[in-house]
Design a protein around this ligand. Structure first.
Ligand code: PLP
Length: 399
């Protein structure tokens, strides 16, 4: 069948593929440790689920305004205003079917053919493909573990040119958990200020912080506001990945354009999930959220310490999100005992880890960073120990 060319260069999400492969093995009774998934293992807090049940019982089951129910847009605007000490209005907030949908719509609404978007590697898999789907070109800027996965000011300035329309900042980051320092954020501000360039600040992990404070460009320079779109959602903070609620807060013209796209594609996000998200933002859930964060923190410390104790592995200490991102480059080129072929790439290593040692992890190549593995610590301590034991066993088995 003749299909649209625009999808030719777009790859299926490798993170979802690893999770699917792990799920398939599990369904066959194989005892797989899953470090692949990018979602909290906790249940959605009961009080939030109750808000959804009440919505169903009250018959709140019809179409809503495309951009989201007014109280949710108000709650998002209020939260964002409080967070940044600026006043955002509900018409500057748009509710979409998850943060992913928000970002997709944003690039569709922003880009024209040939426009460039600066993305720092390692990057969340979908950014580059979303830009391509918007007929733009991703400009990848490499960062390294040695520099805490932060670009230099010079790299930022060099990447921004006459065709740049956006710079994506994801701090804390998926896959590294790294956060941009004030100096790096300032370099982003300096590079874009006064130009036709939008800073797309993907703040989806901004409540999952273990060291320091997540800041974004608006905290450094509130006057940049007309050039900033903040993307966030309930998935990670409130353990609500399946509810599919995310949002964008940004310039009213951008929001109106994104809404036009939603009018003609998805319409509103689920009415029931919107009520649940409203519950998340307005009901007393802080204590439960803090418990989840503290649990992630304990797992993070444990996992990173254990990974760094494995010879050949070197793991950055992530200040945010829920991923460890160890370098495995010292292991590449080595051969599993008794096998003919050496593990030349992180992808081969991840495949071997899953097939021979039953641990699902995502190769760094999936994030534009060959030579690393991404291991999610959004799983129990017991699973972390079991998975790291198996990883250590794999390393010890290399010639
Ligand atoms: N941004 C980043 C960096 C992510 O890791 C994710 C989820 O994996 C998202 C956005 C989108 O999350 P959701 O669509 O579940 O709101």
């Amino acid at each position: 069948m003749k299909l649209a060319r625009r999808l030719d260069g777009v790859k299926p999400s490798p993170t979802l593929a690893i999770s699917a492969k792990a799920a398939e093995l599990k369904s066959k009774g194989v005892d797989v440790v899953g470090f692949g998934a990018g979602e909290p293992d906790f249940d959605t807090p009961a009080i939030i689920k109750d808000a959804a049940k009440k919505a169903i019982d009250a018959g709140f089951t019809k179409y809503t305004p495309t951009g989201g129910i007014p109280p949710l847009r108000e709650a998002i605007a209020a939260r964002t205003s409080k967070r940044h000490g600026l006043e955002f209005k509900p018409n500057e907030a748009l509710v979409s079917c998850g943060g992913k949908h928000a970002l997709y719509n944003l690039f569709q609404a922003l880009l024209n053919p040939g426009d460039e978007v600066v993305i720092f590697t390692p990057y969340w898999v979908s950014y580059a493909d979303m830009v391509r789907l918007g007929e733009g070109s991703p400009v990848l800027v490499e960062t390294t573990m040695e520099r805490g996965f932060e670009p230099t000011a010079e790299q930022i300035h060099r990447a921004v040119g006459p065709r740049t329309r956006a710079v994506v900042v994801n701090s804390p980051s998926n896959p590294t958990g790294a956060m941009f320092s004030r100096a790096t954020l300032q370099a982003v501000v300096d590079a874009v200020k006064g130009k036709e360039i939008l800073v797309v600040s993907d703040d989806i992990y901004d409540r999952l912080v273990y060291r320091g404070k997540a800041e974004n460009v608006l905290d450094l320079d509130p006057s940049l506001r007309p050039q900033v779109a903040l993307v966030n959602g309930v998935s990670k903070t409130y353990a609500m990945t399946g509810w599919r609620i995310g949002w964008t807060v940004g310039p009213a013209a951008l929001i109106a354009s994104m809404q036009k796209l939603q009018d003609n594609s998805t319409s509103n996000a689920s009415s029931i999930a919107q009520r649940a998200a409203l519950g998340a933002l307005t009901l007393p859930v802080d204590e439960e959220i803090e418990k989840m964060r503290a649990t992630f923190d304990a797992r993070r410390r444990h996992m990173v310490q254990r990974l760094n104790a494995i010879p050949g592995l070197s793991c950055f200490d992530p200040p945010g999100a829920f991923y460890a991102f160890p370098s495995v480059s010292a292991l590449l080129g080595r051969r599993p005992a008794g096998q003919a072929e050496a593990l030349q790439t992180d992808e081969r290593l991840a495949a071997h880890l899953l097939e021979a040692h039953r641990v699902a992890a995502v190769p760094g190549s999936a994030f534009g960073a060959p030579g690393y593995l991404r291991l999610s610590f959004a799983t129990s301590m017991e699973q972390i120990d079991k998975g790291v034991d198996r990883l250590a066993e794999m390393v010890h088995g290399l010639d």
